[in-house]
Every structure is written in structure tokens, then in C-alpha cells.
Write a protein that binds this ligand. Structure first.
Ligand code: GDP
Ligand code: MG
Length: 163
């Protein structure tokens, strides 16, 4: 079995876009509206001698906002139980939300390596969001743009020693 890398994050931060970018195919559904992705999706990534399975987590986009955190937490716990690494995606343009902080708190107590991925950081648009993401206490955030394909090399470099 290949190492497993799980993409975690609140709805609409660009998880499926990142999944598609890494897998190189449109396997995950991306939409401007939250609520599109239904299931966990698995794709194999092979690049520069590194092979792993990437997992796009979803299924909570339709949740009632009042019950979303609890449901997300349960699903996150299942998802990371068999993960070798977590890509915790935040929206660098939007900055951290209370739900991001909550997810960060769960992940800090989890026994799995976490890379904070500050997405939507094309150009300099995400600079302040990247800085803000340091406060999650999960190490140096990586600024990327899944949509524009920026930062992918840094992401592989960060994953290399972990998986
Ligand atoms: P998910 O709910 O976390 O899976 O998010 P999606 O991948 O479905 O993306 C949500 C929205 O963010 C879509 O409108 C994407 O086009 C947009 N998006 C994703 N990645 C980027 C990015 O790198 N830059 C910008 N500006 N928008 C992005
Ligand atoms: Mg999605």
C-alpha cells in the first residue's frame, strides 16, 4: 500500500482543486458553490520518485453550520487514523476562521505529521493569510495556489521527509 496523504480543511478552501492538481486529472469535483463534493476521493500521485495516495475529504459541505464542526471532527478523526501525513488547507485570502482554528486544535493533538497549506496565495494576495496561519502552531505554512499551480514543488519538498 502506498503512503496515504489526506487533504483536510473546511469547505471551499480549495481541497478538491489541490487534489486535482496533484493527481493531474479531474477526479474530484470543483465548484464555486460549496456543497459539490460528496465523498472521499482517492488518487495516486507519482512525481520525482515519490509515490503516494492522496485523499480528498468532503461530505460536510451541506451540513447545517451549527452541527458542521462536530461532524467534521468525527470525519477528520476517521480520515487521519490511517494517514501518513495531513495537508491542512486554509484559504490564505480569507484568513483564518473559527472553524480553521478548531480544526487546527484537533490536528495539534493528532499523532500525524501536518503540513499547513495556505491556498489561494497566487501573486502576493495570500501574504497576510500565510503569516496568520503561523498562529495555528503547526509549523511553517506553505503558500500555494492550487488553481494556478504555484507552490507544488515546495509541497513535494515538505512531504519528501515525511512519507
Ligand atoms: P473545497 O470545498 O475545499 O474542495 O474547495 P474547491 O476545490 O471546490 O474550491 C472552492 C473554490 O475555490 C472554487 O471556486 C475554486 O475555483 C477556488 N480555488 C481553489 N483553489 C484556488 C486558488 O489557488 N486560488 C484561487 N483564487 N481560487 C481557488
Ligand atoms: Mg471539495
Amino acid at each position: 500500500m502506498l503512503p496515504r496523504v489526506i487533504i483536510i480543511g473546511r469547505p471551499n478552501v480549495g481541497k478538491s482543486t489541490l487534489f486535482n492538481r496533484l493527481v493531474g486529472k479531474k477526479l474530484a469535483l470543483v465548484d464555486d458553490q460549496p456543497g459539490v463534493t460528496r465523498d472521499r476521493r482517492f488518487g495516486d500521485v507519482e512525481l520525482a520518485g515519490m509515490k503516494f495516495t492522496i485523499v480528498d475529504t468532503a461530505g460536510w459541505e451541506d451540513e447545517d453550520p451549527s452541527t458542521l464542526p462536530g461532524r467534521m471532527r468525527a470525519q477528520t478523526e476517521v480520515s487521519i487514523s490511517d494517514a501518513d501525513a495531513v495537508l491542512f488547507v486554509i484559504d490564505a485570502r480569507a484568513g483564518l476562521t473559527p472553524l480553521d482554528n478548531e480544526i487546527g486544535n484537533w490536528l495539534r493533538t493528532a499523532d500525524v505529521p501536518v503540513i499547513v497549506v495556505a491556498n489561494k496565495a497566487e501573486g502576493r494576495s495570500g501574504d497576510s493569510g500565510i503569516l496568520e496561519a503561523f498562529s495555528l502552531g503547526l509549523g511553517e505554512p506553505l503558500g500555494i495556489s492550487a488553481e494556478h499551480g504555484e507552490g507544488t514543488a515546495d509541497l513535494f519538498e515538505a512531504l519528501w521527509p515525511i512519507i
